[in-house]
Ligand binder design. Structure first.
Ligand code: CDP
Ligand code: CDP
Length: 218
């Protein structure tokens, strides 16, 4: 198989990580969840009680931070934080942290390093427009805000936790707004990305639709 680089971007709850993980698995190539990396930096700042205004301290943290992604697990300074980074408190803070230029530079460098000279499926907000501009396949995955909110709601209920659909929708919309309007590399469809609207489609349908776009490039 040729080397293949697939970039998947889109708003929260569109199904990026679910779909990207399955596609990487089917093609037997690496999957990188860049959102998890922004979440890990957010967790580190919260753990160390560092304000997002304190750029000096953030720069200091970024000099030493170690983020690894291995076998679907995320490690922050060698500690498995796969579950911790999905907390509500991270959902509420991550978009402000990801708008900080120093944070983006550090993580984008790392993402390009992870993808260097290998086949990869990478998902996020700025993969097709910035991180992997030369990707062979670019997909912009979307779904209605209502459907994205219900998906997240069901996920929380399945974990046996309490959830409020209205609050989830507000959090998702607030995050989409911040992510789409930030100055540096906002969430945006790349001009050469295929739009895949997943509203009303199950996971397998979406996987098949994207594999059809990828297959001719293999
Ligand atoms: O899974 P979900 O769509 O809720 O979010 P995520 O992919 O884990 O991303 C969390 C946050 O990280 C996003 O809301 C963005 O603020 C930020 N992010 C980013 O700025 N650029 C990326 N390439 C990926 C994520
Ligand atoms: O990564 P992103 O925030 O874009 O979304 P995700 O975490 O992959 O997907 C959010 C939820 O929607 C998951 O529970 C998926 O199983 C579900 N999903 C779905 O129900 N139908 C799809 N076509 C895609 C995802």
């Amino acid at each position: 198989m040729n080397k293949i680089v697939v970039a998947i971007d889109g708003p929260a709850g569109a199904g990026k990580s679910t779909i990207a993980r399955i596609i990487a698995n089917r093609l037997q190539i690496l999957y990188i969840d860049t959102g998890a990396m922004y979440r890990a930096v957010t967790l580190e700042l919260l753990n160390k009680n560092i304000s997002i205004e304190d750029i000096d301290k953030i720069e200091e943290i970024l000099k030493h931070i170690k983020i690894d992604i291995m076998d679907d697990k995320v490690f922050l300074n060698n500690k498995d934080v796969t579950h911790e980074i999905r907390q509500q408190v991270i959902n509420r803070t991550v978009s402000s942290v990801s708008a900080i230029p120093q944070v983006r530079k550090k993580l984008v460098d790392l993402q390009r390093e992870f993808a260097r000279n290998r086949s990869v499926v990478m998902d996020g907000r700025d993969i097709g427009t910035n991180v992997l501009k030369d990707a062979d396949v670019k997909v912009f995955l979307t779904a209605s805000a209502d459907e994205r909110s219900v998906r997240r709601y069901k996920e929380i209920l399945l974990k046996g936790l309490d959830a409020n659909l209205g609050e989830i929708k507000n959090e998702i919309l607030a995050r989409d707004e911040l992510d789409s309007t930030r100055a540096l590399n906002p969430l945006k469809k790349a001009h050469d990305a295929a739009v895949v609207d997943t509203t009303g489609k199950d996971i397998e349908m979406v996987v098949e639709e994207i594999l059809k776009i990828i297959k001719p490039k293999l």
